[in-house]
Design a protein. Structure first.
Length: 171
């Protein structure tokens, strides 16, 4: 709608512009010095452009990915028990890493951030919440986070993303 309205308006390039002197010049005023004031007027006329504006088209070819073709694709690995078992084993290993107490806080925070960036945060939601509960309630968070700006910023962002009320001065 707005595009048709815009194209129906005359363009500035299709107007003919002329500068003319006005028919009635401004009155001259005389003081100690003589000042001559003249003005010019500008008039515009519309001429219709001979060029019809046509809608540009990229002439895209239809897609070869039809619905039937997409349904015919199959994944041989989806039902394989070996891959499911390996996935469960790796998931349990990551869960143990999150819950371990011997890792530094910055390492755990970076791992939580990486898990979320990979889109796997929903699989470890309870473990992440438990670890962030410990970090937010412990005194070590403020002590260890002061070591680097990166650790402080990461701790602040993760706690805020998970709904913890953390003030800027706390960390």
């Amino acid at each position: 709608m707005a595009l048709t309205l815009f194209t129906s308006l005359p363009s500035v390039n299709s107007m003919n512009w002329k500068l003319e002197k006005p028919r009635h010049p401004l009155p001259r005023t005389f003081h100690k010095t003589r000042i001559n004031l003249e003005s010019t007027a500008c008039s515009a006329s519309l001429k219709k452009s001979h060029e019809e504006s046509q809608r540009r088209s990229a002439n895209y070819q239809p897609t070869t990915w039809s619905s039937d073709f997409l349904q015919s694709l199959k994944n041989d690995y989806a039902d394989n028990i070996i891959y499911k078992d390996k996935g469960m084993e790796l998931e349990e290993e990551v869960r143990c890493m999150i819950n371990s107490g011997d890792m530094e806080m910055i390492t755990i925070l970076e791992m939580i951030d990486d898990i979320q960036r990979l889109g796997l945060g929903h699989r470890f939601e309870k473990d992440i919440k438990r670890k962030l509960d410990r970090i937010s309630s412990s005194e070590q968070s403020s002590f260890e986070a002061e070591k680097s700006l990166h650790a402080t910023a990461l701790c602040f962002r993760l706690l805020r993303q998970h709904g913890y009320e953390v003030s800027q001065g706390t960390i």
